[in-house]
Design a protein around this ligand. Structure first.
Ligand code: FPP
Length: 228
C-alpha cells in the first residue's frame, strides 16, 4: 500500500444515536440533538487538524420530515443557532461550507442564513464541511440523472459530474455511529468504493479520538477497486 492510499481525503458521517443518548439520561430528545451539535463542533475542528479535505455530515434527511413537527423545528433551530455561532470560527479556520441535498426548499430564514454562510466561506481552502440538509441519496441520483440527460449524455462520468458532491474528492470512508448497520439513503453513489465503518458509540459521545480510530482503520484497509 502506498502512502497516498493510506490518507483519507473525504470522510462522511451518519450521525446517529442522539435520541438514545438523551433517553439514557431521561432527557428530552432535543437535549440529545443539542449534545449532537457539540460533537459536530469538535469533529469539524478535528477534521481540519487531521488534514481532511472534506467532511460530509448527514444532518437532516429527506425522510426526517416524518418526525414530529416539534422535533423538526428543534433540529432547524439548532442548525440556525450553529450557523450563527460558528460561522466566524469557520472563516478563521479556513473551512469552506457546502450544503448538499434539496436545501433551497427549507424555510426562507434558514435558506438566507445558509446562503450567507456559503458566501462568507466560499474562498476558504483548508477543509470543506459539506452538510446534508433535506438530503436523500435516491433524490440526488434522480436529479443528477436528469441533469446528465439534459446535457445529452447519460453515463457514469456524466452522472457523477452532476452529483451534489461533484467537486469534492471521492468518498474514502463512511462512518455510522450508534450500532445501526445501514446506509439510510446517504451517498448511495459515492459509497460504491468507500470503506464502511460502524461503531456502537452514540453520536454525542463520538470524539476526535474515535475519528482517529476510524481513520487508522481506514489506513489499514487494502482498497482494490475490484482489481487484485
Ligand atoms: C440521528 O439521531 C440524528 C439526526 C436525525 C440529526 C443529526 C443532527 C445533529 C447532530 C444536530 C444538527 C447538526 C448540525 C450540523 C448543526 P436520532 O435522533 O435518530 O437518534 P436515535 O436513533 O437514537 O433516536
Amino acid at each position: 500500500m502506498s502512502d497516498t492510499q493510506k490518507l483519507a481525503r473525504h470522510v462522511a458521517i451518519i450521525m446517529d444515536g442522539n435520541g438514545r443518548w438523551a433517553q439514557k439520561r431521561f432527557l428530552p430528545r432535543v437535549a440529545g440533538h443539542r449534545a449532537g451539535v457539540e460533537a459536530v463542533r469538535k469533529i469539524v475542528r478535528a477534521a481540519g487538524e487531521m488534514g481532511l479535505e472534506a467532511l460530509t455530515l448527514y444532518a437532516f434527511s429527506s425522510e426526517n420530515w416524518k418526525r414530529p413537527a416539534g422535533e423538526v423545528n428543534d433540529l432547524m433551530g439548532l442548525m440556525k443557532k450553529f450557523l450563527l455561532s460558528d460561522l466566524d470560527e469557520f472563516v478563521a479556520n479556513d473551512i469552506r461550507l457546502k450544503i448538499i441535498g434539496d436545501w433551497r426548499g427549507l424555510a426562507p430564514d434558514v435558506v438566507a442564513l445558509l446562503e450567507d454562510a456559503l458566501d462568507r466561506t466560499s474562498g476558504n481552502k483548508r477543509t470543506t464541511l459539506a452538510v446534508a440538509l433535506n438530503y436523500g441519496g435516491q433524490d440526488e441520483l434522480v436529479r443528477a440523472a436528469k441533469a446528465a440527460a439534459e446535457a445529452g449524455e447519460i453515463n457514469a462520468d456524466s452522472i457523477a459530474a452532476h452529483l451534489d458532491t461533484a467537486e469534492l474528492p471521492p468518498l474514502d470512508l463512511l462512518i455510522r455511529t450508534s450500532g445501526e448497520v445501514r446506509l439510510s439513503n446517504f451517498l448511495l453513489w459515492q459509497c460504491a468504493y468507500a470503506e464502511l465503518y460502524f461503531t456502537d458509540r452514540l453520536w454525542p459521545d463520538f470524539t476526535a479520538a474515535d475519528l482517529k480510530l476510524a481513520l487508522d482503520h481506514f489506513a489499514r484497509r487494502d482498497r482494490r477497486y475490484g482489481g487484485l
